[in-house]
Ligand binder design. Sequence first.
Ligand SMILES: [Zn+2]
Length: 1020
Amino acid sequence: MATLILGRHSRVLLDPVSFAFMFKVLQGSLRSFKPGVSLKPAPLGVKHVSSASTSVYSVGDKRQGYTVKDVQNIPEISALAIKLSHDGTGAEHLHVAKEDPNNTFSVGFSTIPEDSTGVAHILEHTTLCGSQNYPVRDPFFCMLNRSLSNFMNAFTSNDWTMYPFSTQNPKDFNNLMSVYLDCTFFPLLRDFDFKQEGWRLEHAEVNDKESPIMFKGVVFNEMKGVYANPEYLYSEAIQNFLLPDTTYSVSSGGRPINILDLTIEQLKKFRSNFYHPSNAKFFTYGNFPLDNHLKAIHEGVLSKFEKKPPLTPYSTETVIWDEPESQHIQCSPDPSLPDPSKSSTFSMTYLLAPITERYECFILMVLCELLSEGPTSLFYKSLLDSGLGYKYSPSAGYQSETRQTYFSIGLQGIDPADITKVEDAILSTFEKASEVGFTEEQISSVIHQMELSLKFQEKNMGLKLATSLISSWVHDANPVDDLLVNDIISKFKNEVSNDFLKDKVRKYFLNNRHVLKLSMSPSESYEQTLKDAEEAKLTSFVSNLSEQAKRGVFEDGLALKAEQSKHQNVEVLPTVQLSDVAKEGNRTLVEKVRGDYPIFYHNEPSNGLVHLNISSNFGSLSDDLKMYIPFFSYAVTKMGAGEYDYTDLSQQFDLHTGRMSVASHIIAHHSSMEGYYEELLCCSYSTLANAPKMLSLWKDVLLRPHFANEQRLLHLLKDFSTSLAQSVTYHGHLYSMKLSSSTLTTSARVCENLFGVTQVRFLQDLVKNGNVKELLDKLSSIASHVFRGENVRALWTGSPENNDNLSEQLQEFMQTMGHKEPQRDFLTADPLFEAQTGNKVHIVLPSLVNYVSQSFKSVPYSHPDYPKLQLLAKLLNSKYLHKNIREIGGAYGSAAVQSDGVFSFGSYRDPNLENTLSVYEKANEWLLGSETSDRDIDEAKFRMFSQIDSPVYLQDKGMRWFMSRIDDDQVQLFRDQLLGVVRQDLMDVCEKYFVNPRNSSVIGPAQSEDSASSWTVSEF
Ligand SMILES: [Zn+2]
């Protein structure tokens, strides 16, 4: 199912997995990372930046009002880095020139809040509410309709705020840069914007004076949702306590109760302190000429400012402690935990080197990886295998988004009585590390993973660099140094030895006194306490209102509503035209290897790597066994195989390959509403030299997996079940949409069973009944049925010169799998399936906000109405849902999605339920009665094409054909149809499909008895 586009996304606490800092990105690619988070050099065939262009810039040159400060060739990524400083203002600019058509721009500021009013975060939102040259309500969202960008967003972190975008079109780049510059340096910051995005007092029903007065506001609601997550709460508390008297001791996102103390004057003051060119970091990346960028920035912004003396902001550096400290916090009970008596969290966090000490941070990253990552690590054995808890504590690992970096380690899901045992285990593990150290194999595999990551081809390199470099750049590190990784790796390789690492363990852990011991336990009254505090604040605000002020609240509410529905002239904004969209889509030639086996290849220069995908159809399994497939795919690479136990197997993966993983997929047939493919997909990559070893490891995993280690199996089951249950709070909209779709088509039903709330509950039951023997039987029987030759296909991606060599190895591999001609075309279908509609399902989750969705039946991919419905979904998103669900309704986001035979609506962190449903129901009324213009249709097309043409990972290029069986001609036909859609087509499909009966679902807090009566309600 397509991912929702959920409004602009502000990351208020950086997730270390997807948002790693530069060292991790460049040097890491460590196991904890999601696929793709690593750095790529240029594809072969793309030359290093030519010496001609190198000579164009040299240190000391004056260009467009700037002086060149540093020029470096960066062989790591086949690029040239040029750092400049603006003469008039001191603004810094880093340009990374590279032969990559996907260009990136960003402007970032160091932003250092002193309190938890969320001032930095609310400023980020209101900055995007209109500017001097572009006085429209939401230029950012408007530009999504006028651009071919593949990324536009804004981020608020602890100590910086950043506004990045990426696009492949030069005209679009200039358009967007002009809007971004005007927004960030000349925003309007009107009272309305503050009220809408920050907070306000308003009647529950805006038009009804008698309805109660309450708090409303986009960020206010957003942060309620964020704080409902105990992991977030815990991660933030670590920073707050470990780094007292610094900006990290407050919440940059804003605590809901403190947000209510913020005034627009404070917001403006914060802005004038931090959003100044002298405090700005500009970043550009790609193959567009730097001089044009500099000229536009100088003329549009910088020439209008004077240099400002450096800020003396609130501290970012804490005083080092003499003794460890202990702290305790509470959270709301987490129903997703497998054992309610084991619901405490405990960790120890060690303050480490400053982020600006590059080499030391690099050593620490490696050391922390050795200590805690993967089954071979010491903490894995002493904590995860101990059975004391089920999972590492939130933010475990090396964290480097703050000025002083830190390492945190601990467990969640522990019995409060066992906290001292966990503490003892942590201390003795450090002792052991300082005595025994690490094996040569362990150290080599970490280095191998780093070197592999340098070869890996990133899909949005510019964005990756922009977000990675900023963390240390705002602390005055030279970002160019952060790009030069090879030197650091070689220095480390020369210097590293077991004694070297053991010394570091003593220095940073055994002899370190700046240690935070943090525990967290659930409290039944936690949420009520928050509610009471909000209620008390509301009462005190409202009771202090004079009659006149009360009238003011009512009138302000009406005025804001009027403002939100006022027609605005978006034509002041620049735009691309339909003629800027390429008529022909990119093609990816996938060919079959000669011979009997279903082996396919996609030839493309791959920097010496081989990417391998092996798919195995599981359609012939019984329905009972299919329920175990998601856990099976999670566990099969983690149990050990062939001659290796699980620790050795993990070591083998790291020594020879880049991440070996298995995942399950349900893929609706492109032309039929009934048929679908059920496939397990095994993915991995390696260097060409290691390809035979990679295949031999797959043989072990697929043909000789071990499931017999009961303790290990149970541990993995708990881990998997809990993280899935916890994902419901983060991805409630996706779960809700799966639920409302689930009775409409066969593939949607299977998706719900395997990936929806049904699966989450199934796993929780498995954990509860704890029958390992049965589980073991099921997994073994899946393994023996699924990985048979007749179910298996393979696709590899790599450089053409490796063709013969690899094809031969794969044929041999297929032979061992016992390959036979498939007896069927792999399509699963259920001829007895009958769609059910009119369902209203409510899953009660202890959260403060809702995820509301509604679905009805539509058409599959190849149907001529499919592109029309997809375009209609885009149009509804931007012209109807955004306004009614987000701006007026106060939800964080909303979306309409046409996918796989179903049309769905969904909302994210939504304070409303019935209102939202009625917005969904009135969508066709709106469309048919609206004056949708041809221009609106073009805008929806821009949105579609920026998505369709956005860069993909090299190894994913052949996957559409391989998995969905959709070929380039079908994709081109879809493109042609999409380009040809006219206004009347949308009216027609709306009349044809929007009358279809619907299902509704909500995941969210309990409703009153009255309103609940029409719903099928169950507890999560
Ligand atoms: Zn936000």
